[in-house]
Design a protein around this ligand. Structure first.
Ligand code: HAM
Length: 421
C-alpha cells in the first residue's frame, strides 16, 4: 500500500500554489512599505517557551501542541504560532540594542493538533507581523490599517475588522471577578464545559457557541466598561487614529482570544464566508510578554493571518499558472536536438520555453503546446534546418511569420520583453 500524508496536513499543488505565491508576494510588498523586515525562526522550540507565553490553561497548550522528547530527552514542540518564537529570537539576539523599534514579519507553517475541518488544519500557515518597542496607540492604528490595506490589495472584501481591548494586569483582575460573580448567578444556564471552566477562564464563556451560554451572558459586564484610565485612554486614541486614517472597524466587546499574552488592544479580521472558522487574521498587544520571557520590558503588538483561510476566500478567482512564451515543436531527430538546444539557451536567458521530449507527431506536439497554453509555437523540421528559416505561429491570433533561425533568439528575447511589459 502506498504511504499517505498526515491527516490535517495538506500538500499545496501546482495550480494552487500560484494563489499562495500571490498572497505572499503582496505581503512582502505591503509590509515592506510599512517598514517591516522579514525574520525566519525555527519551526521547533523548547516546549517551555509556548507554555510560558501562550499560557498553561489555554486550549493550545493544554490540548493542541505537537510535543515530543528528542534523543537527549529535551521536551520540544512544533511551533503552534509565531509570536513566541519571534520574541525568543528578539531577546536572544538582543535586537533592541541595534534599534529601539523592531518591525518584523514572518511566514511559515504552524502546527496545532485540532480536529481538522474546512479552514482548520493541523499544519497551517501564518503570515504575521510584530512591532516591538512602541507603546503609542498610533502604532496600533498603523498595524490595523496595514492589515486592512493588505486585504484590499489582495482583493478580499468580505471581511470586517473587529476591535476590543482586554485591559492590563491593573484592570483585568477586577473585571474577571465581576464576570465570575455574574456567571456564578447563572450557572444553571451554562453548558457543562463552561460550568467547569468559568472560574479558571471566565472570558471563554463569552465565546461559547451553545445557545444557553449565549443567552445567559447577553447582559454580562463588558470589558470595555471596566478598563482602567490608562487602558481606556489608549483605546480611545486607537479609535480616534483609525477614524482619522479612514480605517473601518467594528467594536466587539465580547471578543476573546485563545492566547494569554494579550493586553489592551485585541482584534480579529472576520468573515461570514468560511462557516465556523470565521477568523482570517487575529492579533493584539502583548505589553508584558517580552519581560515575562526574560527580555527587556518592551511593549509589543502584532497579528497573524491564516493563509489557508485567505486562499479559500481567493479561490473563486483562481490565479492562473504562468504560460510559456514559446513551445518549440521539433520534427525528426536533428530538429529535435536543435529545438532542445534552443530551448535551454532561451531558458538560460530567463524565457519560459517548453518542448516535447518524445519525438511525437506535429499534431500531438501542437496539442501539447495548447495544453501548456503557450503563446507561440516555433515549428522546426528538416526543411527548416536546411533553409535556416522556420515558421513562428502566434497561438493567440493564429498569425504566422517565417523567421531566419539566426534571428530567432533576438526576436524572442524582444517579444518576451514585450510580453512581460
Ligand atoms: P491565533 O488567533 O491563534 O493568533 O491565530 C491567528 C490566525 O491563524 C487565525 O485567525 C486563523 O486565521 C489562523 N489559524 C489558527 N489556527 C488555525 C488552524 N488550525 N488552521 C488554519 N488556520 C488557523 C496567533 O497565532 C497569534 N500569534 C497572532 C498574533 C501575532 N498576535 C500578536 N501577534
Amino acid at each position: 500500500m502506498s504511504i499517505t500524508g498526515i491527516k490535517g496536513m495538506n500538500d499545496i499543488l501546482p495550480g494552487e500554489v500560484e494563489t499562495w505565491q500571490f498572497l505572499e508576494e503582496q505581503a512582502r510588498k505591503i509590509f515592506g512599505a510599512y517598514g517591516f523586515s522579514e525574520i525566519r525562526v525555527p519551526v521547533v522550540e523548547k516546549t517551555e517557551l509556548f507554555c510560558r507565553s501562550i499560557g498553561e490553561t489555554t486550549d493550545i497548550v493544554e490540548k493542541e501542541m505537537y510535543t515530543f522528547d528528542d534523543k537527549s530527552s529535551n521536551s520540544l514542540t512544533l511551533r503552534p504560532e509565531g509570536t513566541a518564537p519571534v520574541m525568543r529570537s528578539f531577546i536572544q539576539n538582543r535586537l533592541h540594542t541595534k534599534d529601539p523599534v523592531a518591525k518584523l514579519y514572518y511566514m511559515g507553517a504552524m502546527f496545532r493538533y485540532e480536529r481538522p475541518q474546512k479552514g482548520r488544519y493541523r499544519q497551517f500557515h501564518q503570515v504575521g507581523a510584530e512591532v516591538i518597542g512602541v507603546e503609542d496607540p498610533k502604532i496600533d492604528a498603523q498595524i490595523l490599517t496595514m492589515l486592512v490595506h493588505y486585504f484590499d490589495a489582495v482583493g478580499i472584501s468580505d471581511v470586517t475588522l473587529q476591535l476590543n481591548s482586554l485591559g492590563c494586569p491593573e484592570c483585568r483582575p477586577a473585571y474577571r471577578s465581576a464576570l465570575i460573580a455574574f456567571l456564578e448567578a447563572r450557572l444553571d444556564s451554562l453548558c457543562d464545559d463552561c460550568r467547569r471552566r468559568y472560574q479558571k477562564n471566565p472570558l471563554r464563556v463569552l465565546d461559547c457557541k451553545s445557545t444557553g451560554c449565549k443567552e445567559a451572558t447577553v447582559d454580562a459586564p463588558s470589558v470595555l466598561d471596566n478598563l482602567c484610565e490608562g487602558c481606556d485612554t489608549h483605546f480611545g486614541k486607537v479609535r480616534s487614529h483609525l477614524g482619522r486614517l479612514g480605517t473601518p472597524y467594528e467594536i466587539n466587546a465580547r471578543m476573546v482570544r485563545g492566547l494569554d499574552y494579550y493586553t489592551k488592544t485585541t482584534f480579529e479580521m472576520v468573515t461570514d464566508s468560511l462557516g465556523s472558522q470565521n477568523a482570517v487574521a487575529a492579533g493584539g498587544r502583548y505589553d508584558g510578554l517580552i519581560k515575562d520571557l526574560g527580555g527587556p520590558a518592551l511593549p509589543g503588538i502584532g497579528f497573524a493571518m491564516g493563509m489557508e483561510r485567505l486562499v479559500l476566500m481567493k479561490n473563486e478567482e483562481r490565479i492562473e499558472p504562468a504560460k510559456p512564451a514559446l513551445f518549440i515543436a521539433g520534427l525528426g531527430e536533428a530538429a529535435s536536438d536543435y529545438a532542445f538546444e534552443l530551448m535551454v539557451k532561451l531558458q538560460r536567458k530567463g524565457i519560459h520555453v517548453e518542448m516535447d521530449y518524445e519525438g511525437k507527431s506535429l499534431k500531438s506536439q501542437l496539442r501539447r503546446a495548447d495544453k501548456f497554453g503557450s503563446r507561440r509555437v516555433l515549428i522546426i523540421g528538416e526543411e527548416e534546418l536546411a533553409s535556416q528559416k522556420a515558421p513562428l505561429r502566434n497561438m493567440e491570433d493564429g498569425s504566422q511569420e517565417t523567421l531566419p533561425l539566426q534571428e530567432i533568439e533576438d526576436m524572442l528575447l524582444d517579444l518576451s520583453k514585450r510580453d512581460s511589459s
